[in-house]
Design a protein around this ligand. Structure first.
Ligand SMILES: [Zn+2]
Length: 85
């Protein structure tokens, strides 16, 4: 079931469906284009945290402070950040 492209980002859990969703537009990338740069390298935690928080602000209409708290909890549970806590 599903397709090769139906994966989720190892950093933020974002479902990556289109090539553009993957870092560098590469469907083999482990991370989404928000969490990693064009070469597929994971961005610094603070950058990813802020990007995810801003996404939550837009999608859920919550304030940035609450969004950063939510994003922090989300990222802490993801494989990409397990070794960085
Ligand atoms: Zn991501």
């Amino acid at each position: 079931m599903g397709t090769e492209l139906c994966r989720s980002c190892g950093s933020c859990g974002f479902p990556m469906r289109n090539p553009d969703d993957f870092a560098g537009g590469d469907p083999d990338a482990a991370y989404c284009s928000t969490c990693a740069d064009a070469s597929g390298a994971l961005r610094p935690f603070d950058v990813v945290l802020q990007a995810n928080a801003e996404y939550l602000v837009r999608e859920q209409g919550i304030d940035l402070r609450a969004a950063r708290s939510m994003a922090n909890a989300l990222l802490a549970s993801m494989p990409a950040w397990q070794e960085r806590r």
